[in-house]
Design a protein around this ligand. Structure first.
Ligand code: NAP
Length: 391
């Protein structure tokens, strides 16, 4: 192998974390694993730490430290716990981190890594939605590279001609359309958790699966693309492509449309991001073009999935709107997954937030990460209050 990188995986027990472990195991000469982290799942964290021969295993939930110590007692792996250890210790000594924690909780380690000049392979889109301007500025300041892992953004990254950026007419984010693409609005409103997390083409964590069903995932990706590629929102388009083979495209003014294709397997964008600027075998599923009968495309339905409209509105309004949009959705999805409300309520809560909660906070001058964390926190509390008392 022509390179060797020291890496930590944040969110190692999740869907992206496990796929990252597969890529690393398949390319053992290229990586030394420093830390693996999780929230609560000590048994899975111990398993993955052993599998990757990690130096440290770090669990956010301090009450799980003893269990993790017991599970790893016959090894040399160091055990730590607590959010501070994840945010700070997990990135020490790395060349690159895989940011694959769930939601906004992944923000601080990303910021800390970038401040130290450590490259970030970023799957965790919510921190980019809430703090994209600050994250991109930090990367510029320290020259730490941000490598997109989300399959759409990784596809664009692979075919984005930075030297001819002025010739880019638009980027086209493809979307499978999720499990409810062909459902009527009334059916979507009453969808169960099992139906919402049954994604037609990808196997993912529960939160992102629900986001895919509401098209919130694509909405977050519009904002993610805006920051990652520094393009105005008019140049960011969404196209439904139910087969999830073309992972996104870049259209140039000479009429060329460049795309990246691959099987629906996150090991491909993960391998691309971790190895960059090299290429390695993902050891994942490879595309068999002979087995494909057709590739189809449709316009997205903005009325059935208003989350898409909101994303463009948030970009028009600014960072405060993006933070609110993300925070409210995280709470709404959590309540839906807990069985506390119907799927359709997610749309109602986001509508409320984009009107009332936004009106209360708009114009907030968000100067630093601490203020972003504070606004996120306030909005979460307001959303809980709204769900408990007014919904
Ligand atoms: N899955 C995909 O195919 C995919 C594709 C593109 C982008 N993404 C993005 O990648 C991120 C991860 O997605 P996923 O599907 O892998 O999620 P997931 O399967 O739910 O895994 C989330 C990981 O984060 C950990 N975690 C959760 N809350 C935490 C907290 N408060 N503190 C520390 N660790 C915490 C979890 O630990 P426990 O296991 O202990 O709970 C787990 O390791 C999301 O931002 C998602 O949008 C995912």
């Amino acid at each position: 192998m022509s390179f060797k990188k020291k890496i930590s995986i944040l969110g190692a027990t999740g869907s992206i974390g496990q796929s990252t472990a597969d890529v690393i195991c398949g390319n053992a000469d290229a990586f030394d694993v420093i830390s693996v982290t999780a929230n609560q799942n000590a048994p899975e964290l111990a398993k993955i730490a052993k599998r990757l021969n990690a130096k440290n295993a770090i669990i956010a939930d301090e009450s799980k430290q003893e269990e993790l110590c017991t599970l790893l007692r016959d090894t040399d792996i160091n055990v730590y716990s607590g959010a501070k250890a994840i945010n700070e210790a997990s990135i020490d000594g790395c060349d690159i981190i895989m940011a694959a924690m769930m939601g906004f909780s992944g923000l601080l380690p990303i910021v800390n890594a970038l401040e130290k000049g450590i490259d970030v392979a970023i799957a965790n889109k919510e921190p980019l939605v809430a703090a994209g301007a600050q994250i991109m500025a930090l990367s510029q300041k320290t020259s730490a590279k941000i490598l997109p892992v989300d399959s759409e953004h990784n596809a664009i990254f692979q075919v984005f001609d930075t030297k001819n950026k002025a010739a880019i007419e638009k980027i086209i984010l493809t979307a499978s359309g999720g499990p409810f693409r062909t459902w009527k609005s009334t059916e979507i409103y009453n969808a169960t958790v099992e139906q919402a997390i049954k994604h037609p083409t990808w196997s993912m964590g529960r939160k992102i699966s629900v986001d895919s069903a509401s098209m919130m995932n694509k909405a977050l990706e519009i904002i993610e693309a805006y920051y990652l590629f520094d393009l105005p929102s008019e140049k960011i388009e969404v196209l439904i492509h139910p087969q999830s083979i073309i992972h996104s495209m870049v259209a140039y003014n000479d009429g060329s449309v460049l795309s990246q294709m691959g099987a629906s397997d996150m090991r491909t964008p993960i391998a691309n991001a971790l190895a960059w600027p090299h290429r390695i075998d993902s050891h994942g599923n490879k595309l068999d073009l002979h087995a494909l009968s057709s590739l189809s495309f449709e316009k997205p339905d903005f009325d059935k999935f208003p989350t898409l409209k909101h994303a463009y509105k948030c970009l028009e309004r600014g960072q405060d709107a993006c933070i609110i949009f993300n925070a409210v959705n995280e709470i709404a999805v959590e309540k839906f997954l807990e069985g506390k409300m119907k799927f359709g309520k997610i749309f109602e809560i986001i509508d409320h937030a984009m009107n009332e909660i936004y009106a209360e906070h708009k114009g907030n001058a968000l100067k630093d990460i601490a203020q972003i964390v504070e606004l996120d926190h306030i909005v979460r509390n307001q959303t809980v209050q709204f769900i408990e008392h007014r919904l």
